[in-house]
Design a protein around this ligand. Structure first.
Ligand code: FAD
Length: 395
């Protein structure tokens, strides 16, 4: 590992990988450090992504990245009634369930091929901050701690991000806005292999939801997230998941278990500082409604590297110059969706089971040629004006 790079990236998830690839392609010297011994494992993710979203980054989708092609979704209400989002409503293809073990690794390979240097089992243990300017990281690697300096450091260290805090930025997520998640990779279960299933309701997953994301004919990621404030002894995310699995998949085999956190708060107030850009989950740029963040991490990773390249070329590494990154992602389609979905999440977590049943029933009766989240929300508001007014205090 060199002692100096143009760009140092902390974290080898999809955000860090896209940042590394883009910066290296732009001719910068890039070092990326990942604390785990392997890229892409363990996978703390249900691995779902929209086809149009992933298509933004690649000319071709490698078939080995894809565990399942998803063509429809089922949303199940607390009373057991459901709304089916058919392939026709969804424009025939909703998306993919990835195999992130391959996907994340390939992203890193692409970064390496572009010229980035990658180091695994290399952990940032502190930030180097001089006169308020972030100048790199102290990195534990091969049994010793060394200083690695950079013109720009990109914090891509995920939801648990410590690096940003070491730089003096408050990243606290309120307990009520941190979903605690448990997930099993299960096999030998009866599922519809091209349909994702979502359950909502206080008994199933309070202030969250349960998901079944197929990964083959009889294999799926089965998981759920609940609000941190709803978690306690005997009723943690894993307890809710076990209850569901015992009832619905008693014969199923669990071949992997994971636990993880997802922030459903608003993004950090500011995602840059002098010499520093914060991306993906570290910046809390995951979708507050769904918890999805693969696309957002890749989008902000690529954008961060583009802005970093420009600033390094001009020699201005100040917060003011880097603000271009902050403004650009907020003004993007993704940034606007985050804002809207945060409002939706605020409504969703306050819904009682009775209200969820009522909404699902009204949605079931929709006949929409052009289905989208926004049109769905508009229809819900139209069908339940009083309910939405009561919940949001809107006039
Ligand atoms: P990460 O992928 O978390 O990568 C951060 C990396 O930084 C990690 O590899 C970590 O080891 C490394 N790191 C941390 N600290 C240091 C350090 N000090 N030094 C060096 N390296 C460090 N999103 C979706 O889009 N679809 C889904 O279906 C979905 N399901 C999910 C299910 C669960 C249970 C969870 C927990 C999350 C899910 N997500 C999903 C969210 C998604 O996984 C994240 O949004 C995405 O991985 C964010 O990418 P990232 O690059 O920002 O961070």
């Amino acid at each position: 590992m060199k002692s100096e790079y143009d760009v140092l990236i902390i974290g080898g998830g999809p955000g860090g990988a896209l940042a590394a690839k883009t910066a290296a392609k732009n001719g910068l010297s890039v070092g990326l450090i990942e604390k785990r011994p392997a890229i892409g494992a363990p996978v703390r993710c249900a691995e779902g992504i929209g086809e149009d979203l992933i298509g933004e980054f690649f000319d071709e989708i490698d078939p080995k990245w894809i565990s399942a092609k998803i063509e429809g979704a089922k949303l199940i209400a607390p009373d057991g009634s459901y709304f089916y989002l058919s392939p026709e409503m969804a424009g025939n293809e909703v998306g993919f369930v990835l195999d992130r073990k391959f996907f994340d690794r390939d992203l890193i390979w692409q970064a390496v091929h572009a010229g980035a240097e990658i180091f695994v089992k290399a952990r940032a243990v502190d930030a180097i901050v001089e006169g308020g300017v972030v100048c790199g990281a102290k990195v534990e690697y091969n049994g010793r701690v060394q200083e690695v300096r950079a013109k720009i450091t990109i914090a891509a260290d995920g939801v648990e991000s410590k690096f940003t805090r070491w730089c003096g930025i408050d990243t606290t997520v309120p307990l009520g806005e941190l979903e605690t998640c448990a997930q099993y990779l299960m096999t030998d279960i009866n599922i519809e292999p091209n349909i994702t299933v979502f359950y909502v309701g206080r008994d199933i997953a309070p202030e969250g939801y349960l998901w079944i994301f197929p990964k083959g004919e009889r294999t799926a990621n089965v998981g759920l997230g609940i609000s941190g404030t709803q978690s306690g002894d005997g009723h943690r995310a894993k307890d809710y998941l076990d209850k569901y699995v015992n009832e619905f998949f008693p014969e199923g085999k669990i071949i992997e278990q994971i636990a993880g956190g997802v922030s459903v708060c608003e993004p950090l107030e500011c995602t840059v500082s002098d010499g520093l850009i914060i991306i993906g989950d570290a910046a809390r740029i995951s979708d507050p409604m769904t918890g999805g963040g693969i696309y957002n991490a890749m989008y902000t990773g690529r954008l961060a590297a583009e802005v970093a390249s420009k600033c390094i070329e001009s020699g201005d590494l100040s917060k003011g110059a880097l603000m271009e990154y902050d403004s650009m992602w907020r003004d993007s389609k993704m940034g606007r969706a985050l804002e809207r979905n945060y409002q939706m999440k605020e409504i969703f977590v306050k819904l009682s089971d009775k209200q969820l049943n009522a909404i699902l029933t009204s949605v079931k009766n929709l006949k929409m040629a052009d289905f989208s989240t926004l049109s769905l929300v508009k229809e819900i508001v139209k069908l339940n004006p009083k309910l939405i007014r009561d919940l949001t205090g809107l006039k």
